[in-house]
Design a protein around this ligand. Structure first.
Ligand code: FAD
Length: 400
C-alpha cells in the first residue's frame, strides 16, 4: 500500500487533516486503532475557538455545527461569592466561541471521510513509523480481527510523508530519537471529576468557579445536556463519588451571594470519569518526513479549553505548508512547521497553565496562595486590559 500522506489516528487532528488534504486534491490513508463507535462516542472537549469553527466551515464540515452549535459570547468567573462576566465580542472586536462537542466534530468528519474522502481504516493499529528520515517513510500496522484481537497479518503503508495524529499514547512520537527530542512537562496533583447529566445547563454560559474547596466548572454539550467538573485529587476513583455527593459538592463550589437567586439544576448522571491534568510539549514537532500534530506532540490542562483547538491549528499549518510545497516546490513552510506550530502551542500552554493555577487549589495551599489567586481574579474583574487579555486568549490565537 502506498499513499502521499499517511495519517495515524482518527481523532479531530487526523480526520480534519484528511479532509483538508482531500479538498486540496492530495491523497491520504488514515489508520485508526479503535472502532468507529468508540471513536465517535469518546467524551472529551466541547469548546471551539472562533478560528476552529471557521476552519471546519471552510472544510465543508460546518453544516451541523451551524445548526446545533451554541454560540457563546462570554464566560462567568465566580469567586468569593462574586460573579463576573467576561464579554468576548466587546473585548475582542467581535470574536466568540462555539459549544459543540468533540464527539459531534468527529462524527461529522468521519461521515465526510467515508462518503467523499480516501481510506479510513478502523481497528487498524500502527505499530511503528520507520525510515522517517528517508524519502519513503513507512508505517507498520496490524488489523484487528472481529473479536478485537490482532488478525496477525502485519502490513506496511509506504508514504511520501507521515503525520502522527495518534494522541498522547500513540506510537509516532517514539519514532523521534531521544537524542533530538526535548520534552517539557508538568503534572498537577489534581484532576477533574467530570459528569454528563441529562439536565438543561444552569447558566447560559460557562461558569469557572474558584472556591476554597477547589475548582468547579459548569459547561454544557447541548441545551438539554450539562457537563460539569470538580477538582479532585489526582488518584481519585470516579466510582467512589455518588451522584448525590457530586451535586452537593458542585452546589458548594458554585456558591453565590445570599441575595442571588441562582440555582444549580440537578438531573440524571449519564457518565462519570476522572481526567488527569498535564502540561506537556515535545520539541521538535517534525523529524525528517514524520510530522507530529495535536496531542501526539503536546497536552494542555483542559482549563483553557485549548486541546482540540491546538490540534486543529497544527493540521491547518501542515495542510497549508504541504499544498504550498506541492504547488510551488518551495519547502520553506514545511521546514518551518515545527517552529510555526510551537509559537501557538506555547501561548496555549502559558494560558492553560495560568488559568489552572489561578482557579485550582493545590494540596497544601497557604493563605498567601489564596490571596494571590483572589488578587488575580479581582484584577481581571476591575481592569479592562486584564479582562481583554483573557478574552483574546480564550477565543483563540490566530493561525500564522
Ligand atoms: C479524557 C479527556 C478529556 C478531555 N477534555 C477536554 C476538554 O474538556 N477541553 C479541551 O479543550 N480538551 C480536552 N481534552 C483534550 C482534547 O480532547 C484533545 O486535545 C484532542 O482530542 C486532541 O485531538 P487529537 O486528534 O490530537 O488526539 P486524539 O483525540 O487523542 O486522537 C488520537 C487518535 O489516535 C488513535 N490512535 C492512538 N494510537 C494509535 C495507533 N497506534 N494506531 C492507530 N491509531 C491510534 C486513537 O484511538 C485516537 O482516535 C481532553 C482529553 C482527554 C483525554
Amino acid at each position: 500500500m502506498h499513499t502521499t500522506v499517511g495519517i495515524i489516528g482518527a481523532g479531530p487532528a487526523g480526520l480534519l487533516l484528511a479532509r483538508l488534504l482531500h479538498n486540496a486534491g492530495v491523497d491520504s490513508v488514515v489508520l485508526e486503532s479503535r472502532d468507529r463507535p468508540y471513536v465517535e462516542q469518546r467524551q472529551r472537549a466541547g469548546i471551539l475557538e472562533q478560528g476552529t469553527a471557521d476552519v471546519l466551515r471552510a472544510a465543508g464540515a460546518g453544516a451541523r455545527l451551524d445548526r446545533e452549535g451554541l454560540r457563546h459570547d462570554g464566560i462567568e468567573l465566580r469567586f468569593d461569592r462574586h460573579r463576573h462576566r467576561i464579554d468576548f465580542p466587546g473585548l475582542t472586536g467581535g470574536r466568540t466561541v462555539t459549544v459543540y462537542a468533540q464527539t459531534e466534530v468527529v462524527k461529522d468528519l468521519v461521515e465526510l471521510q467515508l462518503t467523499e474522502g480516501g481510506p479510513l481504516l478502523f481497528e487498524t493499529e500502527a505499530l511503528a513509523v520507520e525510515d522517517a528520515t528517508t524519502d519513503r517513510p513507512k508505517v507498520r500496522f496490524v488489523q484487528r480481527g472481529a473479536q478485537g484481537g490482532a488478525s496477525g497479518r502485519e502490513s506496511v503503508l509506504t508514504c511520501d510523508y507521515v503525520v502522527g495524529c495518534d494522541g498522547f499514547w500513540g506510537v509516532s512520537r517514539k519514532a523521534v530519537p531521544t537524542r533530538v527530542s526535548r520534552v517539557f512537562e508538568r503534572t498537577y496533583p489534581f484532576g477533574w471529576l467530570g459528569i454528563l447529566a441529562d439536565v438543561p445547563p444552569s447558566h447560559d454560559e460557562l461558569v469557572y468557579a474558584r472556591h476554597e474547596r477547589g475548582f468547579a466548572l459548569l459547561s454544557m454539550r447541548s441545551p438539554v445536556v450539562s457537563r460539569l467538573y470538580l477538582q479532585v485529587p489526582a488518584d481519585t476513583d470516579a466510582d467512589a463519588w455518588s451522584d448525590e455527593a457530586v451535586w452537593d459538592e458542585l452546589e458548594r463550589r458554585f456558591e453565590t451571594a445570599p441575595d442571588d437567586d441562582w440555582v444549580l439544576h440537578r438531573g440524571p448522571v449519564t457518565a462519570k470519569s476522572v481526567t488527569p491534568m498535564r502540561s506537556y510539549v515535545h520539541e521538535p514537532m517534525r523529524h525528517g518526513r514524520l510530522f507530529l500534530a495535536g496531542d501526539a506532540a503536546h497536552i494542555v490542562p483542559p482549563t483553557g479549553a485549548k486541546g482540540l483547538n491546538l490540534a486543529v491549528g497544527d493540521v491547518v499549518t501542515f495542510a497549508r505548508a504541504f499544498t504550498h510545497f506541492q504547488s510551488t516546490g518551495d519547502p520553506a513552510l514545511l521546514d518551518a512547521y515545527s517552529e510555526t506550530c510551537l509559537r501557538r502551542v506555547w501561548q496555549a500552554e502559558r494560558f492553560s497553565y495560568a488559568m489552572t493555577t489561578m482557579l485550582h487549589r493545590p494540596p497544601g495551599a497557604t493563605p498567601f496562595d489564596d490571596r494571590i489567586q483572589l488578587a488575580l481574579l479581582r484584577r481581571i474583574a476591575t481592569s479592562r486590559a486584564a479582562e481583554q487579555d483573557l478574552a483574546e486568549c480564550y477565543t483563540g490565537f490566530p493561525f500564522e
